[in-house]
Design a protein around this ligand. Sequence first.
Ligand SMILES: [Fe+2]
Length: 332
Amino acid sequence: MSTFQYENIFGQIKLGYVIAQSQKFDEWISFMQKCLGLHLAEYTEQQLSFRIDDYQKRFIVQRGDAEDVTHIGFQVENQQVLDQILGRFDFRGIQYTQGSVEDAGNRGVKSFWALKGPKEIQVELFIEEVRVDQPLNMLASGFYTADSGMGHVAITSRKPEKMIRFWQEFFDARLTDTIEQKINGVTLDVTFLRLNERHHSIAVAETRGVHLDPIRTAIQHMNLQVLDLEDVTMAYQRCKDHGFPVAWEVGQHTNDREVSFYVASPSGFEIELGWAPIKIDEGTWQPVKHTSISVWGHHPKPPTKMHKFVHEFGQISQSIKKLRHDEYSPID
Ligand SMILES: [Fe+2]
C-alpha cells in the first residue's frame, strides 16, 4: 500500500496571475491602464495583458463571453512544493493536467499545471515566471508583490466549509482572522486565509443560515496593492472621471488595516486598490474575530432608485437561480 508523506508548504505559495474572460477589451484597457494605473504589455485580437512589476504578465484578459475571472495562477517556491501539492491531489484522486507550451506563453510562465478548482475556477500552479527588463510605463508609482505575491481574491461561496478546506488541505493555508458583519439584515461571515506573509491571499465570504451567493461572477473582488497612498487617491479620482462605478468609497479595513477603494470592473467583479496592509508575524499572530469590515469609510456608493431596483432584483434572482445549481467543489 502506498503512503504519502505530507510536508509543510506554508509560506511557499503566492498569488501569481489572474485571468479574466471578456469581450470588452477597450473598456479593460481604459480601466486598468488609464484609471488604476497598470502597464499595458500586450494587446492582440485574443488577449490583453498587464504588468505591475518585472513579471511579463500579471493580469490577463482573454477574448470570450464569460465576463468573469476564469483562472487563478499560484506560484510555488520550487519543484518539491509543486510535487507536494500534486502528490496531495493524487492521494485524494483529484485530476490535474499539465498546460501546453502555448498556454504557458500566454500566461508569462515557463510551464504550469491546472485543475478545476472550487466554483469551477481553474486553479493553476507554476514555479518560474518569464521576466522582462523593459521599464514599467504606468500611472501608479508601483505595486507591491515580492514575497507576498500579487494582492488577493475574495470569493463568495455556498459551500464555504469545502472552499476553506480546499485551500487548507492542498496549500496549507492558515486562518488569519474572521469578520462578521450585518448588511441589510443579513449576516455575512468572511474568513481570511494566508499562504505567506500577506495578511490574506484568499478571502471566503458566506451568508449565515442559508448560504446564498448573490454575486454573478466567480470572485467578488481582486485586490492589488500599490506602493503609495496617492496611488489609491489618484486612481479613485481617475475612475470617477472615466465613469467607472466606485462601489465602496475610500476607507480602511479593520483587520489588514489596508486603505483602499473598490470599483466595478468592465466584467462586473470588483477591483480593490489598496495601500499598506499589515504583514503577519508567524511568531506572535493570533486569529481574532472582528465585527465590522472597516475602521472608517468604505461607504457603499449611494445608488439611484432605478439602479437599486435593478441591482437588488438582479441579485435576488441570481441567488435563487444559483440555489438550483450545485456549487462545484473538487473535494467532498
Ligand atoms: Fe479585499
